[in-house]
Design a protein around this ligand. Sequence first.
Ligand SMILES: NC(=O)c1ccc[n+]([C@@H]2O[C@H](COP(=O)([O-])OP(=O)(O)OC[C@H]3O[C@@H](n4cnc5c(N)ncnc54)[C@H](OP(=O)(O)O)[C@@H]3O)[C@@H](O)[C@H]2O)c1
Length: 300
Amino acid sequence: MNIVITGATGFVGQALCQYLHEKGHTLMVVSRQPDKAHATIGVPVMARAAAIDFAGQTVDAVVNLAGEPIFNRRWSEAQKQKLIASRLKATRDVGELCQRLATPPRQLISGSAMGYYGDQGSREVTEQTSPHDEFAHRLCREWEEAAQQLATDQMKVACIRIGLVLDRDGGMLKPMRPMFRLGVGGRLGKGRQYMPWIHRHDLVRIIDFLLQRDDAEGVWNAGAPQPVTNAEFTRTLAASLNRPAPFVVPGGVISMALGEMSQLLLTGARMLPARLEAAGFRFDYPTLEKALTAIEHRAA
Ligand SMILES: NC(=O)c1ccc[n+]([C@@H]2O[C@H](COP(=O)([O-])OP(=O)(O)OC[C@H]3O[C@@H](n4cnc5c(N)ncnc54)[C@H](OP(=O)(O)O)[C@@H]3O)[C@@H](O)[C@H]2O)c1
C-alpha cells in the first residue's frame, strides 16, 4: 500500500514507519522538517512539508498522528488552544488531500487518546462508556470529530483512543526509567488512578490490523487488555528494574506544580480494548509485567 503518515517523526510514528516499511509498504510522510524526516525515522520515506504535496500520488491509506505534545508545557489557555489547533489543522489538511486525490484513500486511521473518557474512577471503560467532561475529553472529541467528518462511502475513518505508550526511548518511560533506576521512583497521589497503557509494538500492530480491515470505522480503544492502577504500575516498573520505589508524591504537590495538567497523572480510565478483542486482535504484550520485562531486556 501507499500510506501517508502525519506525525511520522514522533515516538509512535517512527516505530510505525519501521514496521510498515518492513512489510513492504511505500511511506509518504508529512513533517514540518521534511529534510530531517528520513534520518529521524531511519527507513526510506518520501517526506513533504504539507499533506497536499502528495496530491499527485496514489494514496491507499492515511495514518494521522501529528499534534503538539500533550505533556510538554503547562496547560495555559494558549497552550490548550495549540494542543487542539495543531491536531485540527493536521486532520483538515489530510481532508484537503483526500479531496484532491484522483481516487480517495480507502482508509483513514486517526489518533485520539484515553483522555477522551476523562476521569472514570475504577469502573471498566469500553468504547460505549460516556465520557467525563474535562479538557482532555474536549481535545480528543474535537480531534475525533474532525476526522470522522472526513468519512465518505469510499473512505472509512477509524479513531484510535491510545493508552500511555510504553517503550524505552520515548513516551512516559523516558523520564520515569532513570528515576526508578536510581531507586527514587514512587506512587503518584493515592495511586488508585488507572493508567491504560500499551506497548508501542502492539500499538503499531493495531494500526496495521486496522489498515488491513474493510470495516475499521468508528472508535477503537487502543490500550492493553489489563490496565493497571498507578500503584500497580509503580510496583511493576520498580520490580522490572530490581529497585525499590518507596516514595509517594502527594497529589497536592502535583496539582500545585502542574495545575490542570495534573489530571493526566492523578486521574484516569480503566480503558479496555473491547472492540479489538471482539475483532480477534491478539496482544503480544497483554500484561504490564511482560511489556516492561521485554522493554528492559531489549538491546539499548
Ligand atoms: N505517546 C503516548 O503515550 C500517547 C498516548 C495517547 C495519545 N497519543 C497521541 O498519539 C500521537 C502520536 O504520539 P507520539 O508520542 O508519537 O507523539 P510525538 O512523539 O510528540 O510526535 C508527534 C509528531 O507530531 C508533530 N508535531 C509536534 N508538534 C506539532 C505541532 N505543534 N503542529 C503540528 N505537528 C506537530 C511532530 O512531527 P514533525 O516535527 O515532523 O512535524 C511530531 O513528531 C500524538 O498526537 C499523541 O497525542 C500519544
